[in-house]
Design a protein around this ligand. Structure first.
Ligand code: IPM
Ligand code: MG
Length: 365
């Protein structure tokens, strides 16, 4: 029997509520497959800062390095609460980015997926959504503006200034581009390369590397698309995209837009993959306004479990079963108050009941 150690970083605000549902699903999976999960919780995020004085404590770092996979909830607090934390210790700069750097999770996989049965969640017109939305955004996650040198100060004219460096070398670009080509090979064999080479030199090099690598994947057609126009096309005709690859900042923005065309970022789990290391997280924030109310939908957290089963443990079949189980709960008409308005035939249930229904559907499959 295989044994996997999973670090659980519940995070802030709605994080612990969502994590409870993910754990239920992991335990259900464990009862069905020939594997044993050792689940170890650790503090992370703003709550960790208040509890133990650091958003990413040393013990949590050690655990993340020795775990086979990390499941992370959303972090961050309201604007007012965040002001009580020194800037460098705030959850984004003090915990998330260091986690990405520590595990070198350069490939962020964000499925923008809405099966036909969930198409009503999209704010787009039914004729645009058609048979549903099914895109994979692949975002470079440990380079670019996020990790470049930063400088602030006062210039010779007495004006405050800021400089942030957007830096990539060809190896960093090549490694994410290969992930994207491989992903495209398993799908429709079309890769949209998102860039801004009419302005940015970083995109000129990026595109050169894409062109150099493309011949190694002759079965994949590459389409180059400017990032601004890609934003428009995601709204006008999302069906033309299958796999999209882009640098860190573009990916941050376009993946949120992906959540927008689904109807909610709550419908977007994600995988952050490095070489031999990985962590999984919902793409959305910690929603402090609805924390503790038991109304947040656990889809993105449970979907992140499904992605962990696939990418870290090679359990492809069980991963599909988990996806099907979540979707079947929506298909039965259930939803949660954060996603749906009462009435219109929705059977409204809370976070924990939604998780129970997913487990029920999984165990029945
Ligand atoms: C995301 C988030 C993070 C990012 C923040 C919380 C640092 O927006 O994962 O998309 O900008 O990468
Ligand atoms: Mg983001």
């Amino acid at each position: 029997m295989s044994s996997y150690k999973i670090a659980l970083l519940a995070g802030d605000a709605i994080g612990p509520e969502l994590m409870r549902e993910a754990v239920k699903v992991l335990k259900a999976v464990e009862s069905r497959v020939d594997a044993n999960f050792e689940l170890v919780e650790a503090p992370f995020g703003a709550s960790a800062y208040f509890e133990v004085g650091h958003p990413f404590p040393e013990d949590t770092k050690k655990l993340c390095l020795e775990a086979d996979a990390v499941l992370k909830g959303p972090v961050g607090l309201s604007y007012e609460e965040t002001q009580k934390i020194p800037v460098e210790m705030q959850a984004e700069r003090g915990a998330i980015l260091p986690l990405r750097r520590l595990l070198n999770t350069y490939a962020n996989i964000r499925p923008v997926s809405l099966p036909k049965g969930l198409a009503h969640f999209s704010p787009l017109k039914p004729e645009i959504v058609g048979e549903g939305i099914d895109i994979v955004i692949i975002r470079e996650l440990v380079g670019g503006l996020y990790f470049g040198a930063k400088e602030t100060g006062v210039n010779e004219n007495g004006k405050r200034f800021v400089k942030e460096m957007l830096e990539y070398d060809e190896d960093q670009i090549a490694q994410i581009i290969r992930v994207a080509f491989k992903q495209a090979q398993t799908r429709k064999k079309v890769l949209h390369n998102i860039h801004k080479s009419n302005v940015l030199k970083s995109s000129v090099l990026w595109n050169q590397v894409v062109e150099e690598i493309a011949p190694q994947y002759p079965d994949v057609e590459v389409k180059h698309q400017l990032v601004d126009s890609a934003a428009t096309l995601l709204c006008l005709n999302p069906g033309q995209f299958d796999v999209m690859v882009m640098e860190n900042m573009f990916g941050d923005i376009l993946s949120d837009q992906g959540g927008g065309i689904l109807g909610s970022l709550g419908l977007m789990p994600s995988a952050c993959l490095g070489d031999g290391r990985a962590y999984y997280e919902p793409s959305h924030g910690s929603a402090p306004d609805i924390a503790g109310k038991n109304i947040a939908n656990p889809y993105s957290m449970i979907g992140s479990v499904a992605m962990m089963l696939e990418h870290s443990f090679g359990m492809l079949e069980e991963s599909k079963n988990v996806w099907n189980a979540i979707q079947s709960v929506f298909a039965q008409g259930y939803s949660t108050p954060d996603l749906s308005k009462p009435g219109s035939g929705v059977k409204m249930i809370n976070t924990d009941a939604f998780g129970d229904k997913v487990v029920e559907a999984l165990l029945a499959s």
